[in-house]
Design a protein around this ligand. Structure first.
Ligand code: ZN
Length: 165
């Protein structure tokens, strides 16, 4: 995706209040993000560990989602779990259930959408082999890189679609 400024990022959020947008901490390494390798921008709030954010680009429009990662549900260190966006397998808490408040009336009634995501939101880098997991190789996938990128984008848009539907 193209590189984004802090102003663009803050303006992109669709499922939280203006106050929440104002309070959220931007990634500390915004200038050094490998934008050309990203399908979306994702980061954990440096000041609030249970909060995470994701900014996707769809038809030239930016769409930011505020997420909350659920604690609890502690699984054994060796338990494997899979990210539903990038299909990367992790052990030891590398995947977390994250929920996004839905937009509009559904959101006002506290409706949320949950999705298992890489805890560090570095899905784009796992897909491209630029970051590796402690679990080592998961499924022995034969998909090409292009197909994996198409899949992560499809999964991302499906998630965004469920939040904004
Ligand atoms: Zn992932």
């Amino acid at each position: 995706m193209r590189s984004l400024t802090e102003t663009e990022i803050r303006a992109s959020f669709v499922n939280c209040s203006k106050g929440e947008v104002k309070r959220m901490d931007m990634p500390l390494d915004l200038a050094e993000r490998p934008w050309e390798d990203l399908d979306f921008l994702g980061w954990r709030d440096p000041g609030a560990p249970e909060r995470a954010y994701l900014v996707a680009e769809s038809d030239g429009h930016l769409l930011g989602l505020a997420l909350r990662s659920s604690s609890g549900a502690a699984r054994g260190f060796t338990a494997r779990s899979m990210c539903s966006l990038c299909v990367t397998t992790h052990t030891g808490g590398g995947v977390a259930l994250m929920t996004a408040r839905r937009t509009g009336e559904a959101g006002r009634q506290n409706n949320t959408v949950g999705q298992y995501l890489c805890t560090d939101l570095a899905c784009s880098l796992y897909v491209r082999g630029k970051k590796r997991t402690a679990a080592g190789r998961g499924l022995d996938e034969t998909l090409s890189l292009d197909a994996k990128i198409a899949r992560i984008r499809h999964n991302l848009m499906a998630f965004v679609g469920r939040v904004t539907a």
